[in-house]
Design a protein around this ligand. Sequence first.
Ligand code: SAH
Ligand code: SF4
Length: 355
Amino acid sequence: MADKIELIGLSKEELAEQIAKLGEKSFRAKQLWQWIYFHGETDFSKMSSFSLGLRKKLADNFTITRPKIVAEQLSTDKTRKWLLEFSDGQRVEMVYIPEDDRGAVCISTQVGCAVGCRFCHTGSQKLTRNLTAGEIVSQFMVARDTYGEWPSPTNETRYLSNIVVMGMGEPLHNPENVIKALKILTDGDGIAISRRRVTMSTSGIAPRIVNALQETGVRLAVSLHAPNNELRSKIMPINNRYPIEEVLSACREYQDGDGSRYITFEYLMLDGINDTLTCAHELIALMKKYKLRATFNLIPFNPWPGCSFKPSPVKQVSVFAKELENAGFAAPVRVARGQDILAACGQLKSKKDAE
Ligand code: SAH
Ligand code: SF4
């Protein structure tokens, strides 16, 4: 018998095709979608709205798989990190960052990353492969399993309320699978995370930004980290390929499509590198030049073994933030979470340091 088909990661249309191939009516595909994504069911024999015969037929043809949890760590601040393994043995990390009555799940899109930002732990590990849409979606499903958040709760009562695509990998180096996964995660008949609670962060793959956001309707965060090309290229080599002008022009085009959408610019505070007042002024000038409605997110640099950058002093961060605020931009400082378990931004890695 042919290999069973994995259902997680199929689009609604693809699932309908599979059901049609079995000779079943189309409403069965809708029910199956709900079992998988609304109820979180992984066992066909428990799908009680199906006849025993159909349950067996489904089990004979399909699988519903979660990645294996290889390790799970809980930080003193309640941030949780999972090391997940897919069927070919490849691994990624996922993080849950709780707030009082809600929280964000930070998901990965690639094993490793080819962008190679100098300050990023993930970037120090070469790209191994893209994740499939199913592997991206199933990370979030593991988080729901852990917190028992099935069936999909209403928005007001969910702990896993937000998704940030800020784990390992550059989402726009894997756009097809990321877009497909985001459509599944935000589908109202299933997991139903609202689009405005999903943020995709990119290092600035300029030509792919507008389409990805138009397709998915999620929010955009851009890892800017420097106000001019010379500096940005030094810490983010991708800037040689897509310089600041191209990235910000794409941002402008995105906001032309919908004036209400703010963009978050992530800005890592690296001691003596990009944290001067001159840098703040250059940043403000850039925002004005491209007429961007922007919010900054100042990120304290999280050190990792083998990296020589140092975090900016707290005082310098607040001086920098004040300058942006005085120019009319919100500039909250991101609180580092889960540092004790290396779960904070830029610290994720799928292998031990020795490997
Ligand atoms: N590849 C995407 C998304 C994942 S990285 C991107 O780069 O945007 C998520 C955020 O963590 C990015 O803004 C990234 O620049 C930041 N980051 C990377 N290394 C970091 C570190 N050591 N300390 C703090 N933030 C870091
Ligand atoms: Fe890749 Fe983002 Fe890390 Fe840069 S910061 S190396 S794009 S994961």
